[in-house]
Design a protein around this ligand. Structure first.
Ligand SMILES: [Zn+2]
Length: 109
């Protein structure tokens, strides 16, 4: 069972209080983009064995969306942060790097 803390209202709860919303930090492609870029945006998702950034909604709380970083192998939650950010906070990346040597945040292209 995942225990998440909503960064918007500060409440901590079990994952049943939240709703998963898929991968975080997707680069969106729309009209005017190539078919390949649009196809990748619609269908291609990361499925890492390790650190993953996800969107979550505090469905039975404040109702707001936020991002969470967790390990898909151990289910450890590294941290949560507001959804209005383009990339994870540096402090969170530093925390993950300390716990998972060799890990680094991907560059958005
Ligand atoms: Zn909340």
């Amino acid at each position: 069972m995942l225990i998440l803390t909503c960064p918007c209202c500060g409440q901590t709860g079990e994952e049943t209080e939240f709703h998963a919303g898929g991968e975080a930090h997707l680069k969106r492609f729309g009209p005017g983009s190539s078919d390949a870029d649009f196809e990748n945006y619609l269908f291609m998702r990361e499925n890492p064995k390790g650190v993953h950034f996800e969107r979550w909604r505090h469905a039975y709380g404040c109702g707001k969306w936020f991002h969470a970083a967790r390990c898909t192998m151990t289910l450890e939650i590294f941290g949560t942060y507001p959804a209005q950010t383009l990339e994870p906070p540096k402090e969170l990346c530093d925390t993950i790097s300390q716990k998972r040597p060799g890990w680094s945040w991907r560059e958005l292209s």
